[in-house]
Design a protein around this ligand. Structure first.
Ligand code: E4P
Length: 217
């Protein structure tokens, strides 16, 4: 399973990339706003750091301008995935831009039918938002399950990019279901390693080793 990091913070991306845990990056207008950076500049910097797909989202809401913005964003680097919202205009833009050979990430997916439409429009990635479904008392994992089944039924190659991940359990469940990719905030990816028995076990080994008086180096 691929790990994308859901941030536009260069330091956080670099830290996880140095650990070998970044297969790609996703951004959105809110994350660009939080970074305080210019979208073109920061996206270019991310693309220089990461060779995998880097999602950059359009902000136009009509197909014509989405296409124009998508073409401009795609010029930043060859690993840009143009991010388009799940609307009819977004799907129209998806068809045009994917026919041009650009990677497309269709975002704000909240239903299996929306995911089916995105696959038919040629999306490279579909981004179902797990956490935001959980926020309204639905089960985001049910949606990942449904999309996996539908895409497998028909052999769609659109990759399921489980998004809006808030907990380590979302990552486990996405992996069990067979999502192709997760995108998560740096804090969630860093928490994946946590286990109290690992910490306790290491403390015990270090204490016993100290009693031997030995050194390896
Ligand atoms: C996905 O690409 C989005 O950027 C992101 O996962 C949204 O997450 P949020 O619901 O925590 O804002």
């Amino acid at each position: 399973m691929k790990f994308f990091v859901d941030t536009a913070e260069i330091d956080a991306i670099t830290e996880l990339n140095d650990l070998g845990m970044v297969d790609g990056v996703t951004t959105n207008p809110s994350l660009i706003m939080k970074s305080g950076r210019d979208i073109i500049e920061v996206t270019k910097e991310i693309c220089e750091l990461i060779s995998g797909p880097v999602s950059a989202e359009v902000v136009a809401t009509d197909a014509k301008n989405m296409i124009a913005e998508g073409r401009k964003l795609a010029k930043i680097a060859s690993n840009i995935a143009v991010k388009l919202p799940l609307t009819w205009d977004g799907l129209k833009a998806c068809k045009v831009l994917s026919d041009e050979g650009k990677m497309i990430n269709v975002t704000l997916c909240f239903s299996a039918n929306q995911a089916l439409l995105a696959a038919k429009a040629g999306a490279t990635f579909i981004s179902p938002f797990i956490g935001r479904l959980d926020d309204v008392n639905l089960d985001g994992m049910d949606l990942i399950n449904e999309i996996r089944q539908i895409y497998d039924n028909f052999g769609y190659e659109t990759q399921i990019l489980a998004a809006s991940i808030r907990t380590v359990n979302h990552v486990t469940q996405s992996a069990l279901i067979g999502a192709d990719v997760i995108t998560a905030p740096p804090s969630v990816i860093k928490s994946l390693i946590d286990h109290p028995l690992t910490d306790r076990g290491l403390d015990q080994f270090m204490a016993d080793w100290a009693k031997t008086g030995q050194k390896i180096l």
